[in-house]
Design a protein around this ligand. Structure first.
Ligand code: NAD
Ligand code: TDX
Length: 336
């Protein structure tokens, strides 16, 4: 199947931008990014991409005529655009419904009309959470059980994709990935928030006891998995992406503090997130066995060292958004 032209929604966000860089390095595709540049989108993340390979359209995934026009002139769509932060969804869920549910519906209708290959990016959070000692991990048959407004809208979007495959024969795949880290991640998220706090002389903030477990994967490994699925995955199928990277938040924070030359207890514990999921864990054996995919970044300490250096060297990229983000956290804390 030809995949010379790819439409990347949300390509100015964290994972979308890293995916664009990945395609530049690993393919000859021509890329169109569709992004509405919310607070989370930053065109500077695409600054080094050659103009001959990239077109950027600033627009909304709920804008049906625009989406129809762009989908009509591409070979495939990869749909990253979303409202992505759980904490924001607890305080103002409406944009999550608009972008994550109506936006996905709008894209599905367009790919259906034009018979274009579609890959939907989703999250492990659709499965809810696991007990710390549960020997099972999430698989593609784990029942959906989302906890937050964010994960409920992602679950809804996945179910729309499944229905469009079954009812209308849309050529779609879905991937549910675990927590990503790496460059260009917004400073609202756990790892960049703590790194940039330390760089600015502020103490990191750990929610609750910090025993919540996340299954960390480097963003480049997410990109390589998505590109494999787009090229060689089975239409109609859901693939779980994870790199066996389970760590609790306290361990990750202590690692960051140690790597940045701080005492490992130099952090504050703050009010826990409402409904805070305890543990996520991905079983990626289908992806490994069917497509032969393997993660390259298996050492989180090495990945974090690189990520810390990136934030240290690229303060110009994040500094402008830092005070607004911390202001938002302060307001959310007051509203609790
Ligand atoms: P992000 O918040 O960094 O980026 C989202 C991008 O989408 C931004 O550039 C934003 O401007 C854009 N966008 C938002 N609403 C839009 C709209 N209505 N129209 C067009 N563009 C819009 O998010 P991210 O962390 O890069 O996540 C990307 C995708 O990956 C999301 O679908 C998310 O659910 C999924 N995901 C994220 C993680 C993670 O750890 N961050 C893990 C698994 C899955
Ligand atoms: O300041 C903080 N302190 C803290 O302890 C922040 C921002 C977070 N946390 C905790 C909450 C989580 O247990 O760290 C963990 C990670 O938090 P986030 O970075 O907000 O990620 P999470 O809620 O796990 O969701 C992420 O992974 C799945 C992404 O944001 C989602 O888009 C993705 O679907």
């Amino acid at each position: 199947m030809t995949m010379e032209r790819i439409l990347v929604t949300g390509g100015a966000g964290f994972i979308g931008a890293n995916f664009v860089h990945y395609l530049i390095r690993h393919s000859d595709t021509k890329i169109t990014v569709l992004d509405s540049l919310t607070y989370a989108g930053n065109l500077e993340s695409l600054r080094d991409v050659p103009e001959s390979r990239l077109k950027v359209v600033i627009g909304d995934v709920v804008d049906a005529p625009l989406v129809d026009e762009l989908v009509g002139t591409t070979d495939a769509v990869v749909h990253f655009a979303a409202e992505s932060h759980n904490d924001n969804s607890l305080h103002d869920p409406k944009p999550f419904l608009d972008t994550n549910v109506v936006g996905t519906y709008t894209l599905l209708e367009a790919v259906r009309r034009h018979d274009v290959r579609f890959h939907h990016i989703s999250t492990d959070e659709v499965y809810g959470d696991l007990e710390l000692d549960d020997p099972n991990r999430f698989t593609d048959t784990t029942p959906y059980n989302p906890s937050s407004p964010y994960s409920a809208t992602k679950a809804a979007s996945d179910l729309l994709v499944r229905a469009w495959v079954r009812s209308f024969g849309v050529r779609a795949t879905i991937s549910n990935c675990s927590n990503n880290y790496g460059p260009y991640q917004h400073v609202e998220k756990f790892i960049p928030r703590q790194i940039t706090n330390i760089l600015q002389g502020t103490r990191p903030k750990l929610y609750g006891t910090g025993h919540n477990v996340r299954d960390w994967i480097h963003v480049d490994d997410h990109s390589s998995a998505v590109w494999e699925i787009m090229r060689r995955g089975t239409v109609g199928k859901t693939y779980l992406i994870g790199a066996d990277g389970e760590k609790n938040n306290r361990e990750v924070l202590e690692m960051i503090l140690g790597l940045m030359g701080q005492a490992t207890d130099a952090f504050d514990t703050v009010t826990d997130r409402a409904g805070h999921d305890l543990r996520y864990a991905i079983d990626a054996s289908v992806l490994r066995e069917e497509l032969g995919w393997r993660p390259e970044h298996r050492d989180m300490e090495a990945g974090l060292t690189e990520t810390i250096s990136w934030y240290r060297e690229n303060a110009w990229w994040w500094e402008d958004s830092k005070s607004g983000t911390e202001g938002r956290y302060l307001m959310q804390e007051v509203a609790q």
